[in-house]
Ligand binder design. Structure first.
Ligand code: VGL
Ligand code: ZN
Length: 211
């Protein structure tokens, strides 16, 4: 089904960074394959917003900070469960840079997240305690943006939490599936799809905008 875009729509591009692409520290299979799709989508939107995972050294989400722990294990921290990752998206590193082929010249905002050492932030809206805001909801409300088309990396982590929080904060969120790739830990994609269904996040394909 074709979608008519409105001036109150925005494309929210999550974490299309070197470290989430092949060769990166937390590579997502096929992560770079979404770049041309994201570029084509971005041309159709009046508003394009990006996020950038942006961690300080010794970030709490790094397995290297937790003696005896390995990447992809989950531990319990002050604010709840936290999956541990390889060191990634270190502030000012090459891995934290946006993918070189990402071509979204009209992007209005690059929202950095995950910059507090003691708390991770998968979501573009709220840190992982599900309370501390990033400021994005206020930015969108002030600018009259009501509907978000969400894409990027990774489907089952930052895209998932961004779309769910966005929905719960009153924005209609639609995930463009073929403009995402997943980390794919056991059950993570199934859980993502179940969560989307529960809160009303819709899923679509880029052709519904591009064709
Ligand atoms: C992400 C794990 C850790 C993501 C960021 O962008 O999905 N995943 N940091
Ligand atoms: Zn991260």
């Amino acid at each position: 089904m074709q979608i008519n875009l409105r001036s109150t729509d925005a494309l929210l591009v999550i974490d299309v960074q070197n470290d989430f692409c092949p060769g990166g520290a937390l590579a997502v299979a096929g992560g770079d394959e979404i770049v041309p799709v994201v570029n084509a989508l971005a041309e159709r939107f009046e508003h394009v917003l990006l996020t950038q995972d942006w961690h300080p050294a010794r970030h709490i989400s790094f397995a290297s900070e937790h003696a005896g722990r390995k990447p992809f294990e989950t531990i319990t921290v002050e604010y709840g469960a936290q999956t541990l990752w390889p060191d990634h998206c270190l502030q000012h590193s090459r891995g934290a840079e946006l993918h070189v082929a990402l071509d979204v010249p009209r992007a209005e905002l690059v929202l950095r997240k995950g910059f507090h050492r003691g708390i991770d932030s998968y979501s573009a809206f709220l840190e992982n305690d599900h309370r501390m805001p990033t400021g994005l909801a206020g930015y969108l409300r002030e600018r009259g943006i009501a509907r978000l088309f969400v894409c990027g990396l990774a489907y089952d982590y930052c895209v998932r939490f961004s779309a769910i929080d966005g929905m719960e904060l009153g924005f209609e969120c639609i995930v463009v599936e073929d403009a995402c790739r997943a980390v794919n830990l056991p059950g993570s994609v199934e859980q993502t799809n179940a969560d989307f269904a529960k809160v009303g996040v819709k899923r679509m394909m880029s052709a519904e905008i591009l064709d």
